[in-house]
Design a protein around this ligand. Structure first.
Ligand code: FAD
Length: 323
């Protein structure tokens, strides 16, 4: 019996979530005594795959066929299931990312496995029954789920668990899966990147701004702050509704739920609907000129001040710190 960790890449580079899943798989292997194998699909260099060893996983199965060079939900789910069956895998671990959200239920159905999507903890194991915590209702609540099936699929919320370094030698094994034509019914002809920015759902740091910024013309300083911090940008709902920012940046109850290590909220009041999507962030910094703004109640650090004065100083201070 074994544990299979599917590691995601973007344009051939392993994602941060890949390291988190590897570290989770390794910890799980230490708990169950099972062997842990990583699975990479797509064109990922040997140098990148070597990094798997840094997180304590000794073996990577590399699937790098032309048909599978771009992410295809159905086909990737079939490959993960095929490899899982070959390895007599009990547990498949992957990230609850955009693609992971599509893959996890498909893989669970193919393996007749129990599914814990949005997991934020390692399981408590009692025989075949595993108890696991997961984030629900846009991270507003934590549910405790019991998994009784022998086979399990665990999709981990990005940034919810730290990737722990525990270096080992890694071997890479190439594998050619039997992909059915039906799995390849979607043909990707071209991929056009909408933006070069850091992906919001998996970002480590998010710089988010609201109506306090007065208008879209003032977003240059938000983007500059994000750039010096290596952060993704986000916004409140009225900001995207007004067309100041694209809808994919809208976070909250009706937008994206994010779980970065650092969420910086600038000129956002902290309405309950906004907090629903951001309050699971590890550290929250609020910049608002109104000391009574509700966001301060959930902030770890707060700056009462005018964003137009505070942000330029913050940018300069970060630049000076980096130099
Ligand atoms: P405002 O409430 O107008 O707050 C602006 C803030 O900026 C104020 O706190 C002000 O003190 C501060 N400010 C002003 N000038 C400055 C300055 N110069 N420097 C520093 N601070 C300044 N909202 C979301 O964000 N996400 C959602 O998913 C979402 N879903 C919703 C779903 C429903 C069903 C409903 C009814 C509402 C939803 N909302 C959502 C809207 C939400 O209720 C709030 O209206 C919204 O979050 C407010 O946005 P804001 O904080 O940017 O604007």
């Amino acid at each position: 019996m074994s544990i299979l960790v599917y590691i995601e890449n973007v344009e051939g580079e392993l994602k941060k979530s890949a390291y988190e899943t590897l570290s989770y798989g390794k910890a799980l292997g230490d708990m169950t005594g099972e062997e842990v194998t990583a699975l990479s699909i797509g064109n990922v260099s040997g140098e990148q795959l070597e990094k798997v060893g840094k997180y304590g996983v000794k073996k990577v199965i590399e699937v790098n066929t032309k048909d599978l060079s771009h992410f295809l939900n159905q086909a990737y789910a079939s490959v993960i299931s095929e490899v899982a069956k070959n390895l007599h895998t009990n547990t498949v671990v992957l990230a609850n990312s955009f693609s992971g959200k599509g893959l996890a239920p498909r893989v669970a159905a193919k393996l007749s496995a129990a599914l814990a999507d949005g997991a934020i903890s390692l399981p408590e194991i009692s025989g075949a029954a595993w108890t696991i915590k997961k984030a629900v209702f846009s991270n507003k609540a934590i549910a405790t789920e019991e998994l009784h099936e022998q086979k399990k699929v665990i999709a981990i919320t990005p940034n919810s668990l730290e990737a722990k370094v525990s270096p080992v030698e890694v071997t890479v094994e190439k594998y050619e899966p039997q992909v059915l034509p039906a799995d390849l019914s979607t043909i990707i002809k071209d991929i056009v990147r909408a933006t070069d920015k850091i992906s919001l759902p998996e970002a480590d740091i998010v710089v988010s701004a609201g109506r306090g910024m007065k208008g879209p013309e003032n977003w240059a300083m938000i983007e500059e702050l994000a750039q010096v911090l290596g952060a993704a940008t986000a916004c409140s709902k009225p900001v995207s509704d007004a067309g100041w920012r694209p809808h994919e940046e809208h976070v909250g109850q009706t937008g994206l739920a994010v779980t970065p290590n650092l969420y910086i909220a600038i000129g956002i009041s902290g309405a309950i609907q906004h907090l629903a999507g951001v309050s699971a962030s590890k550290t929250i910094v609020v910049i608002n000129k109104d000391p009574e703004a509700p966001f301060f109640k959930v902030a770890d650090y707060g700056i009462v001040g005018d964003a137009f004065e505070v942000i330029p100083q913050l940018i300069e201070a970060i630049k000076a710190y980096k130099n």
